[in-house]
Design a protein around this ligand. Structure first.
Ligand code: ZN
Length: 439
């Protein structure tokens, strides 16, 4: 006789078309962020499907959160299925938003076309394929009739691509990602079917403003250009800070390896008057309003500093402030301000945490090889679950190739959808206490 686990795996194998069709269906709902289109339709679709399987479904709109409006409601869906006892709860969290399609597609970005054993479209890999796989995994568990002692939860949340404040951040503040409700979280981001992502680097986004003195642009010597001051600061970033960061390496398994060093990106810069598109007509006359001649009294730049587990946030900021202070001492007229935009410290779930262990054993069983452990260069919703939810038993694990995220002709492999659904189902059996109850 086949074991219950073998039967469950075969049941999921039989859902190959179902997981493909569900991925296609989700991709055809264009939940583009910004601005946050079609969130409600997508949340409803997930909720309706799960309600049919016996999930209790809640829709949680992030009223008043950044971006929320009647035109673009930030609607999240959280669904819970309670098993036979008081075992622990495993939660699968996927973001439903996708980034804009951008140019250079050969497939319809919102068509969900199947070709070459793959589903193509924006969000197939990041991360509607992962969402579909987690739904199929839970549906198979419920249909199997196995006496699962714990609870299964699935959420579809908004705005991950823009920080997750109206999504997982909003829900975490309301207890959706904390004990005693939830014990283990798997985020099916596209890290690859045999890789477990333990956490991510830290991030500090800050705005630095340099200040000058306004004057007539034909007599710049009467003013003091904030842009020239900014140029001196950026010169220091390029010649001192960035080389220093390249030599600062983490012991965490960040992928790709280039991101094992600390990094700094100069995200944007703006100085002087409001930018316009300047052009002239056939006569050589300006076609838009022309600028007025002034020396810039303000210049602002947004810095995106990613830091490693071996650094701390205060030191990361202080290092930049020290450079600005040095300029203030050495450069006549130099003045500055620094504003925090957003920060999150690095997260790293220990390798022996229950969710890591259960997923590793499921990968070995389904794929016949040991998992690889990685960390992510950028943050994702794990940051809210750890910081606000105070829940440490959290990983990212899901189908798809990370490098394809946000690219043209993004796809997810159908075999990966099936394999990852099997792995998620086995991990959930362990984490809800079913496996232990059999022993
Ligand atoms: Zn994602």
């Amino acid at each position: 006789m086949k074991s219950p686990v073998q039967q469950l795996l075969e049941r999921i194998e039989g859902k190959r078309e179902d997981v493909t069709a569900l991925t296609q269906e989700l991709v055809r709902i264009p939940t583009v962020n910004p601005p946050g289109d079609a969130y409600e339709a997508c949340a409803q679709r997930i909720g309706e499907r799960l309600a049919k399987k016996g999930f209790a479904v809640e829709y949680v709109r992030a009223w008043g959160a950044p971006g929320d409006s009647d035109h673009h409601p930030r609607t999240n869906v959280v669904a819970r299925w309670q098993g036979t006892g008081t075992g622990e709860c495993v939660h699968f969290n996927s973001h439903i938003d996708v980034v804009e399609a951008g140019p250079a597609w050969t497939f319809d970005p919102f068509g969900g076309q199947v070709a070459n054993g793959r589903v193509y479209g924006r969000g197939t890999c990041d991360m509607k394929g992962g969402l579909a796989a987690s739904i199929i995994a839970c549906e198979a568990l419920i249909e199997s009739g196995l006496p699962i002692p714990g609870a299964l939860e699935i959420s579809g949340t908004v705005d991950e691509e823009s920080g997750g404040f109206a999504g997982v951040g909003y829900l975490a503040e309301r207890g959706f990602f904390s004990k005693p409700r939830v014990h283990h979280v798997i985020i099916p981001e596209p890290l690859g079917v045999d890789r477990i992502c333990l956490g991510h680097r830290g991030v500090w986004w800050g705005e630095v403003e340099t200040r000058g003195r306004i004057a007539h642009g034909s007599m710049p010597f009467l003013g003091d250009s904030a842009i020239n001051h900014m140029s001196a600061f950026i010169h220091l970033l390029e010649t001192q800070l960035q080389p220093r960061l390249q030599g600062r390496l983490t012991a965490e398994p960040v992928e790709p390896p280039g991101a094992r060093a600390s990094t700094l990106n100069i995200n944007s810069i703006h100085g002087g008057q409001v930018e316009q598109i300047y052009a002239t007509d056939a006569r050589g006359w300006p076609t838009a309003q022309t600028p007025a001649p002034v020396v810039a009294h303000s210049c602002r730049t947004v810095l995106d500093r990613r830091f490693i587990a071996e650094e701390n946030l205060e030191a990361v900021k202080q290092e930049i402030i020290d450079m600005l202070d040095e300029l203030k001492r050495s450069r006549p007229g130099f003045d500055y301000a620094v504003r925090d935009i957003m920060s999150f410290v690095p997260t790293a779930t220990p390798k022996d945490a229950p969710v890591v262990d259960a997923t590793a054993r499921a990968i070995a069983r389904v794929l016949g090889r040991e998992p690889r452990y990685i960390a992510s260069p950028g943050t994702y919703d794990q940051k809210h679950i750890v910081r606000t939810g105070q829940l440490r038993d959290c990983i990212a694990y899901g189908p798809g190739i990370l490098d394809l995220a946000h690219q043209p002709d993004e796809y997810v492999g159908i075999q990966e959808l099936v394999d990852s659904a099997k792995i998620m189902a086995l991990a959930a059996l362990d984490l809800t206490g079913w496996t232990r109850a059999q022993a």
